[in-house]
Every structure is written in C-alpha cells, then in structure tokens.
Design a protein around this ligand. Structure first.
Ligand SMILES: [Zn+2]
Length: 396
C-alpha cells in the first residue's frame, strides 16, 4: 500500500528523515527533489499540497507526476543522501480538519436530503461543496449542520481501508468509485463510506465543529460555504470585529444594529426626497429670474457643472411659461459639453437647425423635436463659445 507515502502509513507524521533519490529540474527550470519516502502530501482530491522544509530549505509545492512525488524547492539543496524533513503541521492539520469535515457534511446532505456532492473546494480561508440541488431551505441547512456536528461530537473513528475493486460491493459507498487496483476507502462507521486519497484525522472529534456560512446558486447547483475546526474561531474573530465596528459607527448596541441601519436608511430616503423638492424649487426660481431679466426674445446662459437633467427642466419651465421665448442653455460637465435648446409655442424657428449645426462641432450625439433638442459631446470649446455659436445659428 505505497509504503513510501508516509502521509498514508503514518498520517500524524510531522517530521521524518529520508534519502534523496534525485534532485533535478522540470521543463520550466524549477528545482525539485524526489525522496525515497515522504510525508509531504501532493495536491490532489481537492486537498492542497503540504509545505515545510527539507534540511531547512522551504518546500514550495508538492506535485505527483507519473507516480513520483516532486518536492519543489525555494532554492536548490546543497546536501545529498539523508535529509531531515519537517511538515508545516498547522497547515496540514487544518487541511485534515476541513477535508474530514467535508466528508461528514457531504454524508449528512445525503442522509437527510438525499443530495449528492458534485465537487469540493478547499480554499485558503473558505471551504465549499457544490450540491446537485437548485434550492435548499434554511431549516434544511440547519438540520444538516446539526447532524454533522453530532457526528463530530460522537468522536467516531475515521478508518482507512485498502481494498480491491472486487471487495467494493461489501461497502455502502456514498459515490461510485471508478478507480482500479488498490483503492483507499475512508470510513466513518455507520455513516460514510467513501473512496478518497486525502489526509484525515483519526477520529471525527478532531474536526472540532462545522459551521455553514452561506449558500449561493452556482450554475444551476447550490454552493455551500462552510468552515471546520480553527477556521470557525477565525471566522468568529473576523466577524466580531466587523460587528463591533458597525456598532461603534452606528452608536448602537450589537443586537440593535439592524434597527439602527433601517433608521439610517429611512432618514436618508427622507433627506433625498427633501433635496429633490428643494432642487425643483430652485430651478423654478432660476427660471423666473431668467424670464424677468431677459431683454430680447432669446434667453442664452452657460453653466459649469449643471446636469443635463437640470438643463432640460430649466429650459422646459421657461418655454412653458413664456411662449414667445427661445431658450439656449449649455454646460461644461467634467470633460463633456452639453446643451439644450427649447422654444415657446409662438416661436417659428425649429430647434433642430441648432442641433444639426452644433453636434458636429463637438463630436456629439443628440437630437429632438422642432420645439426641443438636446445633445452632448467633447469639450472642444467653452460652454460660452457654444452658446454664441447657438445664437448665431438661430439668427441665420
Ligand atoms: Zn477525504
């Protein structure tokens, strides 16, 4: 059973000695080492590789290629012969917790909801499985989480058995196994029977708890994010900090954050409404002022930073109020030049002649009716010059 793979033979092996069989480079010129035996787990089955050191030099990646386990090194190793190897146990044990937790969670979804796990992802901070389901209720998730934590609390053994294809029929497997030859079964008695090449603790108690964090739809399936073991504490730590900060910013106790945000949003809504009303009023005043100050039949004004919506409103207010007036408005907004031209009902000229003449000069787009046109383009001239050009067009 692959005796030279210590991560199988001695799953708790944290350091070991081995002999270097070869040190060489791959096609990308990266140095790797092959040992006569190793406890470094190579990436596989959804579980990331181990890290650690060989004679004090960092192992950056571990990959299995053609039945050989390559230990990629940060720098080439000076030594030959026997070497001392150390596994980054915190990382490995974390992977063992998450991986065994995944077995338990997947089995709990089958047991309670008959839902198959289609894929598994073990990331740096989050772990997820994809389930063949379009919808799972919160109650169902809670029940599955409870079952998983009961299995963990019962501290059942996690056994490993090497079997042949012919022996598989003796086990109630969670998923069909395609492999041939020697097959590794990971067994939680009376709960989960599964073909797996990863590393796991020796009993479920070492998973030390499982928490489902969130669920999202993903390509017609459901992705369940969860964490096990120490990652639960990390999550609690991070989330506590967020809640604390929110509580401080809102000057509300933690349990009243929801209400405080609702209040803030309602307040914000009222303010927005009030500002809108005041803006409207301001535009009406401005329209009145322009009408009263006008000396001929054309009102022409240029602005800085006045939105096209405000220009439109102002022009419409004036044209509606004084049916013998023409209104030409333009504004410089950041790197854009925008304009509006409108006329009262008694004015003959078509505003379209203005947009047709102006738009090419500012590489712009726009249009409208005989009574009202608008447009915008590049800041090829000032708003003041644009207004002059509009006036001249109107006169001709
Ligand atoms: Zn596994």
């Amino acid at each position: 059973m692959l005796q030279n793979r210590l991560y199988y033979a001695q799953p708790n092996c944290k350091d070991f000695t081995a002999n270097i069989l070869k040190q060489t480079k791959d096609e990308e010129d990266k140095t790797y080492i092959i040992l006569n035996q190793t406890a470094f787990y190579p990436t596989g089955g959804g579980q990331p590789h181990d890290t650690g050191t060989i004679n004090g030099v960092k192992v950056t990646d571990v990959v299995e290629v053609d039945n050989e386990i390559r230990h990629y090194m940060a720098t080439p190793l000076e030594s030959t012969g026997e070497v001392h190897c150390v596994i980054d146990w915190e990382r490995r044990f974390d992977h063992m917790q998450q991986h065994a937790g995944q077995h338990i969670l997947s089995a709990a979804f089958v047991e309670l909801l008959n839902l198959e796990t289609v894929s598994f992802h073990l990331g740096k901070s989050l772990v997820s499985i994809d389930l063949d389901a379009s919808d799972i209720s919160n109650e169902q998730l809670q029940a599955v989480e409870n079952l998983a934590n009961n299995i963990i609390l019962e501290n059942r053994p996690i056994d490993v058995k090497w079997v042949t294809e012919n022996e598989l029929s003796a086990y109630p497997l969670r998923k069909e196994i395609q492999a041939t030859g020697e097959i590794r079964l990971v067994i939680i008695p009376d709960f989960d029977y599964n073909g797996c090449g990863g590393t796991h603790p020796e009993s479920t108690g070492q998973v030390n708890g499982l928490k489902i964090l969130s669920v999202e739809k993903h390509r017609g399936q459901t992705r369940v994010h969860f964490v096990c073991g120490r990652r639960i504490l990390q999550q609690l730590h991070d989330k506590t900090a967020v809640v604390k900060e929110a509580s401080r910013l809102l000057s509300a106790p933690e349990e009243e954050i929801g209400q405080a945000i609702e209040k803030l949003l309602a307040n914000n809504h009222t303010l927005e409404k009030s500002i809108k009303e005041k803006d409207e009023l301001l535009l009406q005043c401005e329209a009145q002022e322009l009408i009263q100050a006008q000396q001929d039949s054309v009102i022409a004004v240029n602005f800085e930073n006045c939105s096209i919506q405000q220009l439109q409103k102002l022009a419409r207010l004036i044209a509606a109020e004084s049916n013998d007036l023409t209104v030409l408005l333009a504004a410089e907004n950041d790197d854009k030049l925008q304009f509006v031209a409108a006329k009262g009902s008694l004015v003959d000229a078509s505003m379209k002649t203005i947009s047709t003449a102006i738009l090419p000069k500012i590489n712009g787009k726009g249009g409208g009716s005989d009574a009202f046109v608008q447009g915008g383009g590049e800041l090829t001239m000032s708003a003041e010059n644009l207004i002059e050009m509009m006036k001249a067009t109107l006169k001709s």
